[in-house]
Design a protein around this ligand. Structure first.
Ligand code: 13P
Ligand code: 13P
Ligand code: MG
Ligand code: MG
Length: 382
């Protein structure tokens, strides 16, 4: 195959089991993923990797030159998740192998359970990326913050004052019910874009590109399971997103700012509740209150000559990537407190909407069985 001079950044993620409910993968599972990726590095399948997690989801960050949907890269991730699943089963982890829906790999993780977000670009002089990872929610959770980042001048002043951001952005939006997609253009179609994205049960952003000639991709979100299951529900995705920043794209700070608002997102507890998503560090991403509240983490790294460049501790771990963990600091305590207040309020609805999701979105339901049982007692109203 022809290796591209463009770099591809891939996140492939899966929940293959966790300690004590849907909480945190065992460290041995994370290490077994690292071992498989180290082999992939030696074999030249990937240029670099970083393994992390949010809640119970293992996230594999990889760089390579094989383009999106590479069979080799997806196959490597699949092997890593299979190895972690084997350990999870041996250790009797909770929901071991949860996102491994198929037995045999068939060329791409799409449709097989794991989620993926990938972007390919020609490396600029500096390439800052933010990796968002969410647990207990769905891809459309990113619609509100990312439409603010790429469309709202009160969030991203760069849309007004940076000539390259000023030309605006294109959005690929997916309709998960009819399995359709459309590319729309902001700012001209902003209101039409929001008219779709406001329905978070049906529409989600897949990709955002700069409309400036030299820049290319700005953001990508994992929407795999939604596409797979259009019309039929098999669980929340716990989606990831990659956002490319600065120099004609929104600045890092502009990208992070909307997460100060802990919006209500779908997918908490049994995939069936609304809760306020809680910005936090990776270490603080264990779901601790009613299997949540839904978490979102933001990790910052550079892409440098096709590899990751984070920070490192020169004394202890030279060569080890250490992303900036943006939501770790006390600046985000206010948002976390608000998220807890809103989530506790939502819990007080018990099994009533809008504490629970609408009927077509519930991951668990007894409704058909209850209606079946009551069939003969149901009478017409005169
Ligand atoms: P510096 O002047 O620190 O490079 O910051 C520029 C910028 O865009 C900050 O958002
Ligand atoms: P996960 O999707 O994170 O596995 O959570 C499932 C669940 O139902 C938690 O209550
Ligand atoms: Mg789980
Ligand atoms: Mg999860």
């Amino acid at each position: 195959m022809i290796m591209s001079d463009r770099v591809t950044v891939s996140i492939i993620k899966a929940d293959v089991g966790s300690v004590c409910g849907h909480s945190r993968p065992h460290p041995k599972m994370m290490e077994s993923c690292r071992e498989v990726l180290r082999d992939g590095l030696r074999a030249g399948t990937v240029n670099d990797f970083y393994v992390t997690r949010v809640g119970d989801d293992i996230n594999l960050f990889m760089t390579h030159n094989r383009g999106e949907n590479s069979k080799d890269v997806h196959g490597l991730a699949w092997e890593a998740f299979k190895a972690a699943t084997k350990l999870a089963k041996e250790m009797k982890m909770y929901a071991a192998g949860q996102d491994i829906l198929k037995d045999a790999f068939s060329g791409n993780v799409r449709g097989m359970g794991p989620g993926s977000a990938e972007m390919e670009f020609k490396e600029r002089g500096a390439e800052p990326l933010i990796f968002f990872m969410a647990d207990k929610t769905e891809p459309s959770a990113y619609s509100m913050p990312l439409s603010r980042v790429f469309m709202d001048p009160y969030t991203t002043t760069g849309l007004v004052i940076d000539p390259r951001a000023h030309v605006g952005f294109k959005f690929e939006i997916v309709d998960v019910i009819d399995s359709k997609k459309i590319v729309m253009s902001a700012p001209e179609e902003s209101y039409d874009i929001l008219s779709l994205l406001g329905d978070t049960t049906r529409y989600a952003i897949k990709r955002i590109w700069s409309k400036h000639d030299d820049i290319g991709i700005g953001a990508v979100i994992s929407t795999d399971k939604l596409n797979l299951t259009a019309g039929k529900y098999v669980g929340k995705d716990d989606p990831v997103a990659i956002v490319r920043c600065q120099s004609g794209l929104p600045a890092v700070g502009e990208v992070l700012q909307p997460f100060m608002f802990p919006q209500l997102v779908a997918g908490w507890m049994r995939g069936s509740h609304y809760g306020a998503w809680f910005p936090c560090s990776v270490d603080n991403s264990d779901p601790t209150f009613f299997d949540g509240p839904p978490r979102v983490c933001a990790l910052g790294m550079m892409i440098s000559n096709g590899k990751f460049q984070g920070c490192e501790d020169p004394v202890h771990d030279v060569g080890v990537h250490r992303p900036i963990d943006f939501f770790a600091g006390s600046e985000w305590d206010g948002a976390r407190a608000k998220a807890m207040k809103a989530s506790i309020y939502m819990r007080q609805h018990g099994p009533f909407m809008p504490g629970i999701l609408g009927p077509e979105e519930m991951e668990y339901t007894t409704r058909p069985a209850v209606l079946c049982k009551l069939k003969d007692r149901m009478e017409n109203i005169d």
